[in-house]
Ligand binder design. Structure first.
Ligand SMILES: [Zn+2]
Ligand SMILES: [Zn+2]
Length: 241
């Protein structure tokens, strides 16, 4: 914990080099961590979006409004939103955020999420509370923080929402989805969540927050648990997909 604090302090106060290209950052940067040139290379998702998972829709799928994956299996959440493509600069930043203990990157990484909400008029007025996708307690011990919680705090502050913490639990220690083959991913997170104190979730419209939407299975099963506990609408917001 202390090491992480000092690492963060050094990163924030010291001669600034861009986390991505390693060149010295001049006066203009995003939060003093990424140079503007690298930030401009972040690949944004553009419409049309799949009505469920929020991925960019190819022309051939336009008439159905859904991507092939969502046609095959409809997710349990109502709608997912991701401002960026999980690639290049954003992928590197998310990796540093999650695996190199750079929790302060949450501020930078939540920026595209906030912008996206404004740009596409996501109806935040409908949302009763924000719930971060939880980590299993073993993984939380390894990583020391839940990246989804840090992002949730940034979003909650911007839109004056409360975070419901510890209502959604991760029951099984699952392997990271990125390590698995597509077929394994579907089964990996199946029913691995449980929502407790059901009365606090009853008829609530929830914004579920995570860092990345890979297959959408994690978010879908988390939404499944929330809906079984009585949740009404479950939207999902991630940095990238
Ligand atoms: Zn750079
Ligand atoms: Zn889809």
């Amino acid at each position: 914990m202390l090491m992480r604090f000092f690492r963060g302090l050094v990163d924030i106060c010291w001669p600034k080099n861009c986390l991505i290209c390693k060149k010295a950052i001049g006066d203009a940067s995003v939060d003093n961590v990424v140079c503007l040139e690298c930030w401009s290379k972040v690949k944004r998702n553009s419409p049309p979006f799949c009505h469920f998972c929020g991925r960019h829709l190819e022309k051939k799928n336009l008439s159905k409004g859904l991507c092939p994956a969502c046609i095959r299996k409809q997710p349990y959440f109502d709608r997912a939103f991701s401002p960026c493509q999980y690639d290049g600069v954003i992928k590197e930043l998310i990796h540093a955020f999650k695996y190199k203990g750079k929790d302060y990157l949450g501020t930078t990484l939540s920026r595209p999420m906030v912008e996206f909400i404004h740009e596409y008029s996501i109806p935040m007025e409908l949302i009763d509370c924000i719930i971060p996708v939880p980590l299993h307690k073993t993984r939380l011990r390894e990583r020391e923080f839940n990246q989804a919680y840090i992002l949730s705090k940034c979003i909650a502050t911007q839109f004056n929402k409360k975070i419901l913490h510890n209502k959604l639990l991760r029951l099984r220690y699952t392997r990271p989805q990125v390590e698995l083959l597509p077929r394994q991913r579907l089964e990996n997170v199946r029913e691995s969540f449980h929502a407790r104190k059901q009365s606090s979730l009853k008829s609530k419209n929830i914004l579920l927050v995570d860092d990345v939407l890979t297959t959408g299975q994690t978010a879908s099963w988390a939404a499944y648990a929330l809906k079984r506990a009585g949740a009404n609408i479950v939207f999902v917001l991630t940095i990238a997909n």
